[in-house]
Design a protein around this ligand. Structure first.
Ligand code: URA
Ligand code: URA
Length: 213
C-alpha cells in the first residue's frame, strides 16, 4: 500500500495553489503532447474520491476528468445508487496528462505525478476511495493484483487526516465495461453494479456516523 501520509514537496500548498502548480507541470514527457493538464474535479473536501488512469482525448480538450464515453458510463453507474457525481464525488487520475493514443501511462510518468495525487488525497480527505482500472490499483495498493480478483473488496489504510480508517475499493474501469457489454450474472458489468451498491452502503453509513457525532 502506498503511504498516503507521505510528505511531498507540496505539503504547504492548499488546493488552489496545488491546482495551479499542477496545471503548469513539466515533470514528464506527457507535458509535450497534452493540450492541458486535467488535475481533478469535484468538491473539496469530499467523502468519496475516484481515481482513474489518465485523461483521454475528450478530457484533454475539456480539462475535466471522465467527460468522454467512459465518463458517461461512470455517471450512470453512480446514478444507479443515487450518487450525484457533481456534488458528491471528487474525481482524478493517477496521471494528470493524456498519454498519446491513450496508451497505459509509463511507470516513470506515474512516479512523476505521484506527489500531486498524494497531496490531492491529503487535501480532499476522502473516507472512501474507488480505484478504476489496473494502473490506479497498482499505484495505490502497490501490488500486481488482477482487477477481476480484487474488485469489490475493501482495503483499508491509516491516514493522518481522520481517526477512522480510509476504505479503498478497486472496481472495473468503465472503458473495460464499454468493451464488455454482457450484463448477465457474474459478468463485469453485473459485478460493477453490485460493487457500487456496496459503496453506497458504506457512504450512507459514514453519513449517519457523522450526524451522530
Ligand atoms: N479514463 C480515465 O481513466 N480517466 C479519465 O479521466 C477518462 C477516462
Ligand atoms: N483490465 C483492465 O485494464 N481494466 C479493467 O477494469 C479490467 C481488466
Amino acid at each position: 500500500m502506498l503511504d498516503l501520509n507521505a510528505k511531498t514537496e507540496f505539503d504547504s500548498l492548499d488546493y488552489d495553489t496545488l491546482y495551479q502548480t499542477c496545471r503548469s507541470c513539466v515533470r514528464c514527457g506527457l507535458a509535450d503532447t497534452r493540450t492541458q493538464v486535467v488535475v481533478g474535479y469535484g468538491p473539496v473536501p469530499c467523502d468519496l474520491m475516484i481515481i482513474g488512469e489518465g485523461p483521454g482525448q475528450q478530457e484533454d480538450v475539456e480539462g475535466r476528468p471522465f467527460v468522454g464515453k467512459a465518463g458517461q458510463l461512470l455517471t450512470k453507474i453512480l446514478e444507479s445508487v443515487n450518487i450525484d457525481r457533481e456534488k458528491e464525488v471528487y474525481i482524478s487520475n493517477v496521471v494528470k496528462c493524456r498519454p498519446p493514443q491513450n496508451r497505459t501511462p509509463f511507470p516513470s510518468e506515474i512516479e512523476a505525478c505521484k506527489p500531486y495525487l498524494l497531496r490531492q488525497i491529503q487535501i480532499v480527505k476522502p473516507k472512501i476511495i474507488l480505484l478504476l482500472g489496473a494502473p490506479s490499483l497498482k499505484t495505490v495498493l502497490e501490488e500486481s493484483l488482477s482487477i477481476s480478483k480484487v474488485r469489490g473488496k475493501w482495503y483499508r489504510a491509516s491516514v493522518d487526516y481522520m481517526t477512522d480508517e480510509l476504505y479503498i475499493m478497486p472496481l472495473f474501469h468503465p472503458s473495460y465495461l464499454l468493451r464488455n457489454q454482457d450484463k448477465s450474472k457474474g459478468a463485469p458489468k453485473w459485478l460493477t453494479w453490485q460493487d457500487i451498491q456496496e459503496v453506497k452502503t458504506a457512504l450512507t453509513f459514514y453519513r449517519q456516523d457523522d450526524k451522530a457525532d
